[in-house]
Design a protein around this ligand. Structure first.
Ligand SMILES: [Zn+2]
Length: 237
């Protein structure tokens, strides 16, 4: 047997995690799964995703550690009440924490050597599911500009109302696109690596994704109404 027919040092079986480094290509002695040239290439690519996991985790932690408090303060200012800030902070925190938990739980049903990579891909995708409320500051900024123009021209809020309605239509279209964008991203990242969430985990993943998206839409709708209403009450009365 030549060296090229042996599995590279440090390689583990994709199915069971058994260390197959240095063994001949063919079948895993532990579980009987395939370990050949295809598995070597896939393992390398999965390992790259795993190596990127700490970076992904830190980037997402930083994103939400900034976004959640800043948005909560914005809600407090627009709602002119401490309660609005506390409520916004609690809802966003619960949604973000729930999103991590759902992904963690669903990826537990994958084979152990694939879990970290799958969870990493899930966490990277999260801003797509949170899009409906992450766009709140953009909506607020547009409403603010419209209200300022209204006040300058003394239109009685016609522009703010029109812009809010157009914004609402665009936002609804964006919300409808979210599950497709998410699915495209998820399959685009997991399929080439042959990563799979099986059985109940797969159902939990899809159900969790839809539930989180629903919660994001409710939160985003509430935030958008509050933003337009807050801007109107500050500038047009
Ligand atoms: Zn195995």
């Amino acid at each position: 047997m030549t060296e090229s027919e042996r599995l590279p040092e440090g390689m583990t079986c994709r199915e069971c995690g058994y260390c197959v480094g240095g063994l001949p290509m063919g079948r895993c002695p532990e579980c009987g799964g395939d370990v050949g040239a295809r598995e070597i290439a896939l393992s390398e690519r999965v390992r790259d995703v795993e190596r990127a996991w700490p970076t992904v985790r830190t980037a997402r932690f930083r994103l939400y550690a900034v976004v959640v408090p800043v948005y909560a303060v914005g809600a407090g200012v627009l709602g002119q009440h401490w309660g609005a800030m506390v409520a916004a902070f609690s809802m966003m925190s619960a949604l973000v924490a729930g999103s991590w938990f759902v992904g963690w739980l669903a990826t537990r049903s994958a084979r152990p050597p694939q879990r970290t990579a799958l969870f990493s891909i899930w966490v990277r995708c999260l801003p797509v599911l949170h899009g409906p409320w992450l766009v709140a500051p953009l909506c607020t900024a547009v409403a603010l500009v419209a209200a300022l123009v209204d006040r300058g021209a003394d239109t009685g809020g016609v522009l703010l109302v029109s812009v809010s309605l157009i914004g609402l239509v665009l936002w609804v279209l964006g919300c409808l696109a979210c599950p497709f964008v998410w699915a495209d991203w998820w399959w685009g990242h997991t399929r080439p690596l042959d990563l799979r969430v099986r059985g109940l985990g797969g159902i939990a993943l899809v159900a969790g994704m839809l539930a989180l998206l629903g919660a994001s839409i409710l939160l985003g709708f509430g935030g958008g109404v509050m933003a337009a209403g807050g801007v109107a009450s500050h500038l047009l009365e």
